[in-house]
Design a protein around this ligand. Structure first.
Ligand SMILES: Cc1cc2nc3c(=O)[nH]c(=O)nc-3n(C[C@H](O)[C@H](O)[C@H](O)COP(=O)(O)OP(=O)(O)OC[C@H]3O[C@@H](n4cnc5c(N)ncnc54)[C@H](O)[C@@H]3O)c2cc1C
Ligand code: SF4
Ligand code: SF4
Length: 1024
């Protein structure tokens, strides 16, 4: 039996008291002391791990004032904070042993826009893509870019002075901040915007915080101007944190304190609101993908491209390209970066031109392509190029480029590409030579690495692969880090060209020099004399004895290495998650993690769940539990065992101490997962939550009872066929309000779907009697000749469509019949998916083996087998393989579109009742994430039939099997539907709506008046 797990890091009494007092104030945000909540923000994308004491989610700047004012009471003066946005920092910027103040959960409103004056005002938790989606209809965008744009917040961007592709033209975040509304460590509101030097000098005379800050900044920046100009490198990625140079304008007539806060990594103030300038969207773009025989050729060629006045030049090496080729993302770009015949493509540069029309750009593009043609002839390393002007294709290419860092993490073995020297910037003309030396350095240690970056700005992204579970490699990391600092300085560059300092703050004195570094400390002192704001980052107050954070500080590897190697291997993806946060994707139309989207709770994301699982495994080891042995022992059954387990579970239910069991917190996070499997394919590391979640749930219930609804769900494949014996009677009960109330109150199950009447069996039996179809008879099928078998099609049943949506299965049979096949409905065999989802793993293994045996026998017939529901058919390919391994056998069940695709190709079309309906496809998330071409293939099929079909981009519908029917999930399920599906459906007429998933069709029926059809039903209706 699983033991109770007590976590070891209790909240310190002072912080407990702080939390209690805060809750007595009119604080509207959330105060969370739970271990799981603290763990969820103990990591970012860096190698570090630091557990905070509390997590606060304020709802307004007034809430932040309450937090900081309370922390100024004598008793709480030692309390420290770190602001947090998307938590995508690569150097531990938002990690703290104090309190994490997360502004991303609630403070994410767009407050005001003024088109005439070209600005927008937002709260700090707004996500960069959220802002740009809002601005797009107005013809504007917020131009500083970053790869994490779908999850990084404006507050985070400001505090790291983020920038990325196109920075030569668009600059850094600080170039676009018009004003900030912040809260200081002492609780005062602090507004910043450019002011004249006269006004600043006047303000400096005031004896208050604002006056003291202005006085110090003037003194530090005016007095040391020459030194600053000499010290700060003339680079596009200039030296920030704090930006002593640009706080004054060039003419020295203006002071802008916002420029000091940008890049300060939360060490000066909480940024609550920002007024940002807007950039008009240029309608036309042309992208030229230039292919090279080596990465070195690509780098050496890049100055030519910059000189050709490109808006941006990005580079990618072969390691990253090859990783992208293995990822789902490649499907979207494969025809935009094709291989060159008889050549090895070992690097590409992506050149972008922007303008008001394609014609405007034609001249520049033509000049460059003529040059490229010559370069190809001259064997200069250029081996080919492709030009694209289609905006959708261009966006796909950038999406691939943006995923590159994440992809780097997806490597085999225990050495993982790590962020610690990954954003160096050198003058672009030095880049190629610098990289030669950088490579020599890494090659000297025999390390693997991939490289890509913004060559126009001289910024290189490189993540050498090391194993932080190995203390020796941890030492090596420090050694390499120091050497990169020296190398970068040698080439006149910066260690932190893009991602900020964080735990690399110890190198600050080296880059700023002693004198300017002490000016930074004086500035820190006037903002935050008690060193409460993200202490240890950038610098400490001038008189403080507290130290800076260090590259050698505690890393995630310290915790991970406490988990035994065989457990790590068994729970591989749990360990492999590198925290890049792609699973926090804000885009409602992306399938990536619906539970994260709807809850905005980091625990309810793949990253959150993987992090909790890691800690759970670590604590189990601490308790001396062999988790793999425990899993094995669950299998097997005896009356004695059952009795013992029941007695234990009753006891565990009533023991008071069990209430604090950490497993409950893990269980809560796992219960919120919809098992949609988007993470398993969309995450660059392929973190498969449903896999480890079912293993966890299985183990959890060795200690605690399962809820009744889990038993109900797991037995749905036994119950449905039984209920279908008297469907009308059962439906009359199910549809009564009284039953719904009863079921909701007792089982926790709502809106139970109704059985199909007449049943599938009745209709098919009738058709068999009428001679339309043949009844399943294995012996008869075995006796058919190979040629005869070619005319047959076996229809695999699943519990949902067969019993609740019989018309769809019938449509599949009828369609096959009309296409000249003899469809045979196979007897119903449980699929087991529901058992897997609910963690009944032993039962699932049994179900899966029985069904696999049956399907393998049929496989011998060499007759195609087709199923209609994506999530269940794909369970045969995925979960069956995971659980049964070799015992799964080789049977294959196709989805309707996979089979149809083979039929429409090279075959004369049937007579079609052509209609004008513009069909719209809403595909099931599991289907489109596991089979990334499925939507396109449906379009091909419809086109072959002469029908029009468009793909509708939607996220999760919120149903996901039985998730949406569980009372506890009802609100989230509805919220998810409204987030993405509702609006899209509102714009359509019922006949247009084609939905591939049974769950999704049920959800559409539940929340709209639309009765959505499966695409096969639409095809059938068009066949004359
Ligand atoms: C895969 C990957 C790719 C990346 N690519 C880029 C890139 O192209 N360009 C780039 O610039 N960066 C990049 N980064 C780094 C990171 O995404 C940026 O630094 C981003 O700006 C951080 O935003 P965030 O909301 O996640 O902030 P967090 O990580 O939460 O915080 C970052 C820092 O800002 C502070 N902070 C956050 N919000 C506030 C606030 N409201 N008030 C005060 N302080 C605050 C935090 O204390 C912390 O010091 C990348 C990171 C990853 C993982
Ligand atoms: S689960 Fe995947 S996408 Fe999410 S943080 Fe981990 S590695 Fe990144
Ligand atoms: S299965 Fe779906 S809901 Fe669950 S963690 Fe993965 S993406 Fe999120």
């Amino acid at each position: 039996m699983l033991p109770r797990i007590d976590h070891l890091e209790l909240v310190a009494p002072l912080y407990q008291e702080f939390a209690k007092k805060l809750q007595l104030l009119p604080f509207n945000g959330d105060v969370n002391c739970q271990y799981s909540a603290r763990l969820a923000v103990a990591t970012d994308n860096s190698i570090y791990q630091q557990l905070p004491q509390l997590v606060l989610h304020p709802k307004s700047k007034e809430d932040i004032q309450l937090i900081t004012s309370l922390a100024n009471e004598d008793k709480f003066k030692v309390i420290k904070f770190s602001a947090r946005g998307g938590g995508t920092g690569t150097n531990g910027q938002s990690l703290t042993p104090g309190i994490v103040v997360d502004l991303s959960k609630y403070m994410n409103r767009i407050l005001e826009i003024n088109i005439e004056e070209n600005w927008v005002k937002v709260e700090a938790g707004v996500i960069k893509d959220q802002l740009n989606d809002y601005l797009r209809p107005h013809g504007f965008f917020f131009s500083p870019d970053l790869s994490t744009s779908n999850r990084a917040t404006i507050g985070g961007m400001i505090n790291t002075d983020a920038s990325g592709q196109g920075s030569l033209v668009y600059g850094k975040t600080s170039n676009h901040v018009l004003g900030l509304e912040s809260v200081l460590a002492n609780g005062e509101l602090f507004s910043t915007a450019p002011m004249s030097i006269d006004a600043a000098e006047e303000l400096a005379k005031q004896e208050n915080t604002h006056g003291n800050i202005v006085k110090q900044v003037l003194s530090s920046c005016q007095g040391n101007r020459e030194l600053i100009l000499n010290k700060f490198p003339r680079l596009n990625r200039f030296l920030t944190g704090y930006d002593l140079e640009n706080v004054l304008n060039k003419e020295l007539t203006q002071l802008d304190l916002s420029r000091l806060i940008t890049g300060s990594e939360g060490s000066l103030a909480f940024v609550c609101e920002a007024k940002l300038n807007l950039t008009p969207i240029l309608k036309a773009k042309t992208l030229i993908n230039i292919k090279y025989d080596s990465f070195d050729s690509a780098l050496r060629h890049s100055p030519t491209l910059v000189a050709a006045k490109a808006t941006s030049v990005e580079t990618i090496d072969s390691t990253v390209l090859n990783l992208a080729k293995k990822d789902i993302i490649w499907n979207s770009v494969s025809d935009l970066i094709t291989d060159v015949q008889n050549q090895v493509m070992d690097g590409i540069n992506i050149v972008e031109y922007n303008g008001t029309s394609i014609e405007d750009l034609a001249e520049q593009v033509s000049q460059l392509t003529q040059r490229l043609d010559k370069d190809i002839e001259n064997d200069s390393g250029v081996i080919g190029y492709q030009v694209t002007t289609d905006l959708a294709s261009i966006n796909k290419l950038y999406a691939m480029r943006k995923k590159a860092v994440g992809l780097l993490g997806n490597t085999k073995g225990s050495q993982k590409p790590l962020a610690f020297a990954e954003d160096t910037a050198v003058p672009p003309e030095n880049l190629a030579d610098y990289i030669v030396e950088f490579r020599e350095l890494l090659d000297g240690y025999g390390l693997d690495y991939g490289m890509f970056g913004h060559v126009d700005a001289g910024v290189l992204h490189v993540r050498p692969a090391l194993d932080m579970c190995d203390p020796e490699q941890e030492k090596l990391l420090r050694e390499i880090s120091d050497k990169v600092v020296t190398l970068t300085a040698k080439y006149g560059g910066l260690m932190w060209g893009e991602h900020g300092k964080g735990y690399r703050s110890e190198y600050s004195p080296e880059f700023f020099g002693e004198q300017l570094f002490s000016e930074l400390r004086k500035i820190k002192t006037v903002f935050d004399p008690l060193n409460k704001m993200n202490p240890g980052k950038i610098c400490t107050p001038i008189d403080s004895n507290e130290s800076l954070v260090s590259v050698d500080d505690t890393k995630r590897g310290y915790f991970d290495r406490q988990i035994p190697v065989n457990v790590k291997d068994s729970f591989k993806s749990v360990l492999d998650c590198n925290g890049n946060g792609l699973c926090f994707n804000y885009d409602a139309d992306s399938p990536m993690c619906p539970s994260s989207k709807i809850t905005r709770d980091r625990r309810h994301s793949p990253k959150g769940r993987a992090g909790l699982m890691r800690e759970w495994l670590r604590l189990l080891e601490y308790k001396g539990v062999d988790v793999l042995a425990l899993e094995k022992n669950i299998h097997g059954w005896s009356v004695k065992k059952l009795l013992e387990q029941t007695v234990n579970k009753v006891r565990n239910h009533f023991i008071e101490e069990n209430k604090g069991d950490f497993s409950h917190e893990v269980m809560t996070a796992m219960s919120g997962c919809l098992a949609c499997k988007a993470c398993a394919s969309q995450c660059p590391i392929k973190v498969d939550v449903p896999d480890f979640r079912s293993r966890f749930v299985n183990l959890y219930h060795t200690r605690y009872f399962r809820p009744l609804k889990d038993h109900l769900v797991a037995n749905v494949e036994i119950l449905a066929p039984l209920m279908a014996k008297a469907p009308k009677l059962v439906n009359s009960v199910l549809e009564s309000t009284l039953y719904d109330k009863f079921s909701s109150a007792t089982i926790g199950y709502v809106n139970t779907p109704l059985l199909s009447v007449p049943t599938l069996k009745e209709n098919i039996d009738r058709a068999v009697v009428q001679g339309k179809y043949e009844k399943f008879n294995l012996t008869a099928l075995q006796q058919l000749s190979a040629e005869e078998r070619q005319k047959y099609l076996l229809i695999v049943q699943d519990p949902f469509t067969s019993f609740y949506d019989a018309k769809t299965v019938e449509a599949m049979m009828a369609l096959a019949h009309k296409l000249g096949f003899k469809p045979v409905l196979l007897p119903f065999k449980p699929n087991g998916k529901a058992q897997h989802v609910k963690g009944f793993l032993a039962r699932f293994a049994k179900t899966a083996q029985n069904t696999a045996n049956f399907l393998n026998e049929l496989h011998q017939l060499n007759i195609p087998m087709v199923g209609v529901d994506g999530s269940l058919v794909l369970c045969y390919r995925d979960e069956y393989k995971q659980v049964l391994k070799d015992k799964r056998g080789k049977f294959q069940v196709l989805l309707a579109h996979e089979w149809l695709l083979g039929q429409v190709k090279d075959k004369p079309l049937l007579t079609i009742d052509l209609n004008e309906t513009k069909y719209k496809l809403f595909a099931h998330c599991t289907e489109k994430t596991m089979l990334p071409n499925s939507e396109k293939q449906w379009v091909t099929i419809f086109t072959e039939f002469g029908l029009s079909l468009d793909i509708v981009a939607v996220g999760c519908c919120g149903m996901a099997g039985t998730y949406g029917h569980e009372k506890v999930n009802l609100e989230n399920s509805k919220g998810l539907f409204e987030l993405s599906w509702q609006q899209k459906l509102n714009a359509l007429d019922e006949p247009q709506v084609l939905v591939t998933g049974f769950s999704c069709r049920s959800q559409v029926k539940r929340f709209t008046d639309i009765k959505a059809k499966h695409p096969i039903a639409a095809l059938l209706s068009c066949l004359s």
